[in-house]
Design a protein around this ligand. Structure first.
Ligand SMILES: NC(=O)c1ccc[n+]([C@@H]2O[C@H](COP(=O)([O-])OP(=O)(O)OC[C@H]3O[C@@H](n4cnc5c(N)ncnc54)[C@H](OP(=O)(O)O)[C@@H]3O)[C@@H](O)[C@H]2O)c1
Length: 324
């Protein structure tokens, strides 16, 4: 496993995303929540993955509880990151909610406490007052944000008065907006980008097609529309061809591309231990500059339907599913 040292913290380049743990929207069921999720987390630690990412909102506390059970007895091997869902993120609430998360996780100190999204009405000043108190009290070690614009990230940092070490954002070969400013900023300012949905929720695993689309939360992900699966052919074929020359798999190449950027780590979720093992191996997959360029060019060419433009295709797909 490769590691990154940024802003005073040391995290594995491949982490583990735990939204799937105990969350109904992924539809993985009870056996997964009670058994496989624990095995996935333990195997992650065995393989040197230390960055374990969860949130209070995932399964309404279930994910944190599962992580707590899984890392019990192995606390020192994990860098535990969780998030506050920003409903009324005023200082006393922030303090109370972090303490509750720590109890569910069964840890004295949360290594990274992140604001899940910027609250449009509550400014960061009061949120960061709470974060400072939590740091003083030893409940959290580092402060991070998620889904923050660069401007708001900088404002949060000014409000905290010390580094807001990370921004967790959607970033992959199918989600490149952060290349404009967030990724370059982190790379040159000793800050960390934690890339979520680095496999575009499985789209970049190159295993789904029009006749085999995922359900659950991914029903609303426009990438899995038939039209976008077709538009993605070139990108997915490039992933397949680079993967073939390394004896690797498309999702491994997709992850290797993400973590090749300066100060970027990826936190793929996994539906099985096998997937987790395969994702961990991506840490050691060395892409050449020309492979990187090929993948970047194929990603530049990929123009999926999104937003309002995707609505008619989405409606058609819902109607055909309900008729089946
Ligand atoms: N901060 C935020 O707002 C935010 C938002 C979203 C996610 N996150 C975090 O980021 C983590 C990852 O994001 P994500 O779960 O949305 O997307 P992801 O990591 O891109 O995709 C995860 C899914 O891809 C499939 N997969 C994973 N490894 C695979 C492999 N080796 N081969 C084939 N398929 C594979 C699995 O689904 P199937 O096997 O069922 O296809 C898995 O559930 C989450 O767990 C969460 O911690 C944060």
């Amino acid at each position: 496993m490769q590691y990154l040292e940024v802003a005073g913290i040391r995290v594995s380049k491949i982490g583990l995303g735990c939204w799937q743990f105990g969350s109904r929207e992924w539809g993985y069921g009870q056996d997964y929540a009670h058994d496989e999720a624990i095995r996935i987390t333990n195997k992650s630690l065995d393989l040197g993955i230390n960055l374990i990412d969860t949130a209070e909102i995932y399964g309404f506390g279930q994910s944190e509880r599962i992580v707590g059970r899984a890392i019990a007895g192995r606390r020192d091997e994990a860098f535990v990151a969780t998030k506050i869902w920003p409903v009324m993120p005023v200082a006393p609430m922030v303090v109370d909610r972090a303490r509750r998360s720590a109890r569910r996780l069964k840890v004295d100190t949360i290594d990274l406490y992140q604001v899940h999204q910027a609250n449009p009405l509550v400014p960061d000043g009061t949120t960061m007052d709470g974060m400072r108190q939590l740091q003083r009290d030893g409940v959290i070690r580092n402060v991070g944000v998620s889904n923050y614009s660069l401007d708001r990230w900088k404002r949060a940092e000014r409000a905290l008065g010390t580094p807001v070490v990370s921004n967790q954002i959607e970033y992959s070969l199918a989600a490149r907006a952060p290349d404009k400013d967030l990724v370059p900023f982190a790379g040159t300012n000793d800050r960390l980008i934690i890339a979520y949905s680095p496999l575009a929720q499985g789209f970049l695993a190159a295993k789904y097609d029009a006749g085999n689309r995922p359900g659950g939360v991914r029903v609303t992900n426009p990438l899995f529309l038939e039209e976008n699966l077709t538009r993605g052919h070139e990108l997915l074929n490039t992933l397949r061809s680079v993967a073939k020359s390394h004896g690797a798999s498309p999702p491994q190449v997709a992850l290797a591309w993400v973590i090749r950027r300066d100060n970027v780590v990826a936190i793929p979720g996994a539906s099985s231990v096998d997937q987790l093992v395969s994702n961990a191996e991506a840490s050691d997959l060395d892409l050449s500059d020309s492979e990187d360029e090929q993948l970047t060019a194929a990603s530049d060419e990929f123009k999926p339907l999104t937003g309002v433009a995707a609505a008619p295709a989405w409606l058609r797909s819902r109607l055909s599913t309900s008729r089946e």
